[in-house]
Design a binder for this molecule. Structure first.
Ligand SMILES: [Fe+2]
Length: 285
């Protein structure tokens, strides 16, 4: 089979055709896929039939699988007896309880694991069951958002860090500050340099970034709102319409993702495995 990389033509993303991910990849092909991922930020493969072991094998071409960080109180039946890195995103309920994390509805733009000091560099999602409409994932290219920001704003925020927090399970933030005892938080540069591509990207997001440190609340909110609005602009985004059998991997260092709403009476089940990463490097260095 001939391997093809087909860009989506949107703000980021490419489809890779001609690969059955159940088969091990040659070093050359693994490198080609890795490079396509660095270039396009989000890559996806359609019509895959992946068991958990196949999914884990694919993830290893990108690095070590990252831990599923939810506290034990949030782990439920389906999570028991699984590899530590595996998480299910699902609205399916057994005995009234969702079998996976983040079950229903819309989810704001965010970076996975940005509430931790070290960010998981990649996330993979494999679609097992998908509703007939809705539930698309939207990816926003943060290199492009950085490029498009006004120079004055870039200069003003170049050396700044932002306070980033999260309460597990939140999909739409409806309070000004997270305050749950099990909340997680970390400080991160507003703009980061990608350790592999050298590109600069915006590293704040509307679900988790609460404040730019060292600015007044008013100024911080104004800057953040301006950036969040740009991150939502369609010119920077790719909207992925899921099909069962899709495997996606995206780069958390230079993209954000959000989820569209979908019907609650239809089943949605995806398997997620992340890849460990490092502490974000400030673009000011
Ligand atoms: Fe996510």
């Amino acid at each position: 089979m001939r391997v093809e990389v087909i860009p989506t033509g949107s703000g980021c993303g490419a489809e890779i055709r001609g690969i059955d991910l159940r088969e091990p990849l040659s070093d050359e092909l693994a490198q080609r896929i890795y490079n396509a991922w660095l270039e396009h930020i989000v890559i996806f493969f359609r019509n895959q039939d992946l068991q958990e072991r196949d999914h884990l094998q694919f993830t290893k071409y990108f690095g070590s699988a990252g831990d599923y960080m939810r506290p034990s109180t949030l782990r439920n039946n389906i999570m028991k007896n699984r590899h530590d890195a595996v998480m299910f995103v699902s609205n399916i309920r057994e005995n009234g309880q969702p079998i996976g994390a983040l079950p229903d509805g819309e989810m704001m733009f965010h970076t996975d694991t940005a509430y931790d000091t070290k960010i998981h560099k990649a996330t993979t999602l494999y679609a097992i069951e998908i509703p007939s409409y809705g539930g698309e994932t939207i990816f926003s290219n943060q290199y492009a958002v950085y490029e498009a920001l006004p120079e004055t704003l870039k200069k003003e925020l170049k050396i700044r860090e932002a306070y980033t927090a999260y309460e597990f399970g939140t999909t739409v933030k409806d309070k000004a500050e997270y305050n749950d005892p099990e909340m997680r938080s970390a400080n991160h540069p507003v703009f980061r340099t990608h350790e592999e591509t050298g590109g600069i990207s915006v590293f704040v997001n509307e679900l988790m970034t609460e404040k730019i440190i060292g600015l007044s609340n008013r100024k911080s909110s104004a800057y953040l709102e301006q950036i969040f609005a740009m991150q939502r602009e369609t010119r920077f985004c790719y909207k992925h319409r899921w099909q069962a059998g899709d495997l996606i991997i995206w780069d958390n260092r230079c993209s954000l993702h959000a989820r569209r709403d979908f019907p609650r009476d239809q089943r949605r089940l995806l398997r997620r495995i992340t890849v460990q990463g490092d502490r974000p490097m400030s673009a000011a260095l």
